[in-house]
Design a protein around this ligand. Structure first.
Ligand code: TRP
Ligand code: ZN
Length: 468
């Protein structure tokens, strides 16, 4: 369930054999070991497209041990003699393709699977991986930690940008979105919260099994499961959207006021961004320090400690910009963070605080920050071109990204800008888009305006652009 991939390694398309026959032929080649992401070249894999993940996990929080079976339904996008999955750490016990044992090989984060028979282009197939072990933590080039994070009272799986390979095998690149079923079993004094909808919960022999279903396409970096002691609250918004929140008991008091605003924030964002893209909403609030950042996990953003209102606005805005409209590569990160940051500015503007223009001016004039260092960091690089993987979540991606959006608003006017926010979310709903798609979209929506300076100086240009 995804757009055509544009990045499949071209090298893998060269056929080895001369035989041109169909099933069981010898003309297939291995799928690529990455999708040539400019920042994370090993992320994802070529040669197939995942439609569905069915993950069955058994987690023991004391031993920090997982036993898992991942059944992945995919379609071959080339004749395949072998293909890769991304999986970091853990022991692989068995791999089958279409129910038959398959040979496999591991090297770093690449799990190479050789099916007993080649898979013809277009063929749907099921690969099942049985695995176990202690899922690990992944440290990013910028030093932040994700993957599987043990918490004070359990653990949480967080995936941005490449952490999900620490807890399940898959095509771990945002360009390949899929639906999910997650069945997770934990001791019965724990709860397990994930994306989508809780469709069943059964306790037997001291263990509870939670089944979560995510029907809408999801990028693996926003998949999550949070194990712990949770205070659950369920409700429905005025217009019928189910809300499921899970809060660490220690954070309940601190969360009450801000979470009471959730329905109002979602309504405000729907009015602005268009229909809510998923079939439920909510949050997961863990303890401060359980992770180093909040994350826009699909349906249910994750917060280490009670968020403030703006952070909640930010992560909920990502449901449209990031989770529904997902970047094609990690270079397009500003399409996530610039939009989610601009949502904060707009919220503040609409609720009696600074206007977005005032926020923009304060950033431009250097009065937004108290320190020079933060001001310098803002102009260190353009949002459309971070200088390496260690910088994809730096300040320019967020704030200068939002400044790009504000420059567009100044150019087209408020009404056209609001239409553009909605139309962009609608045009790529449940899909993927990159920066080129965005600039083309903006130009098409306002054919009489000239955006050259915005793209050249604000989006892609080095240094501080001249005052608009
Ligand atoms: N996307 C998160 C947010 O809401 C921040 C974040 C967490 C992040 N991990 C990341 C950004 C890794 C980039 C890369 O702002
Ligand atoms: Zn964000």
């Amino acid at each position: 369930m995804r757009l055509p991939r544009l990045l499949v390694a071209a090298a893998t398309l060269t056929a080895l054999g001369a035989c041109s026959g169909g099933g069981g032929g010898v003309d297939g080649t291995p799928g690529g070991s990455g999708v040539r992401d400019p920042y994370f070249p090993k992320a994802g894999n070529g040669g197939y497209d995942v439609g569905h993940y069915d993950l069955v996990l058994d987690y023991d929080p004391d031993a920090e041990h997982v036993t898992g079976t991942a059944t992945i339904t995919a379609r071959a996008t080339q004749d395949l003699s072998a293909f890769n999955l991304d999986l970091k750490g853990l022991d692989v016990e068995k791999v089958t393709v279409e129910g038959r044992a398959a040979r496999f090989h591991r090297a770093g984060q690449e799990l190479t699977v050789r099916p007993p028979d080649e898979l013809d282009k277009g063929r749907r197939f099921r690969v099942r991986v049985r695995y176990s072990g202690e899922p690990g933590t992944v440290t990013d080039p910028d030093g932040s930690e994700e993957g599987w994070l043990p918490t004070d009272d359990g653990a949480v799986g967080l995936g941005e940008p490449v952490g999900s390979m620490a807890w399940f095998p898959g095509n771990h690149h945002p360009s390949d979105k899929a639906s999910y079923d997650l069945t997770v079993t934990v001791p019965d004094d724990y709860g397990a919260v994930s994306n989508g909808q809780l469709t069943s919960r059964t306790t037997k022999g001291g263990r509870t099994t939670f089944h979560w279903h995510t029907a809408e396409p999801m990028a693996s970096y926003v998949a999550t499961v949070a194990v712990g002691d949770w205070r659950i609250s369920r409700s429905v918004t005025e217009d019928g959207l189910p809300v499921y929140t899970a809060v660490d008991p220690e954070q309940e008091d601190a969360s009450r006021t801000v979470l009471a605003q959730l329905p109002e924030i979602v309504k405000w964002e729907r009015d602005l961004f268009g229909p809510y893209p998923f079939s439920s909403t909510g949050v997961i609030v863990d303890r401060p320090g359980d992770a180093g950042y909040a994350l826009e996990t699909q349906n249910r953003p994750y917060f280490p400690g009670a968020p403030d209102t703006e952070t909640l606005v930010h992560e909920l805005a990502h449901q449209w910009y990031g989770d529904s409209v997902t970047p094609k590569t990690w270079r397009d990160m500003w399409l996530n963070e610039g939009f989610a940051t601009y949502a904060q500015w707009l919220w503040t503007e609409d609720h009696g605080g600074d206007t977005a223009q005032e926020t923009f001016d304060a950033l431009y004039d250097g009065t937004y920050f108290d320190d020079e260092e933060s001001d310098e960091a803002l102009w260190a690089f353009p949002p459309g071109k971070p200088p390496g993987a260690a910088h994809v979540s730096d300040s320019p991606v967020y704030r200068r990204g939002a400044m790009v959006l504000h420059r567009i608003r100044q150019t087209v006017g408020d009404d056209a800008f609001r239409a553009l926010l909605r139309d962009w979310a609608a045009a790529h709903r449940h899909g993927n888009a990159d920066t080129g798609d965005f600039t083309a979209f903006v130009e098409k929506s306002a054919p009489d305006e000239d955006f050259t300076e915005i793209w050249d100086d604000w989006l892609y240009g080095d240094g501080k652009p001249k005052r608009p």
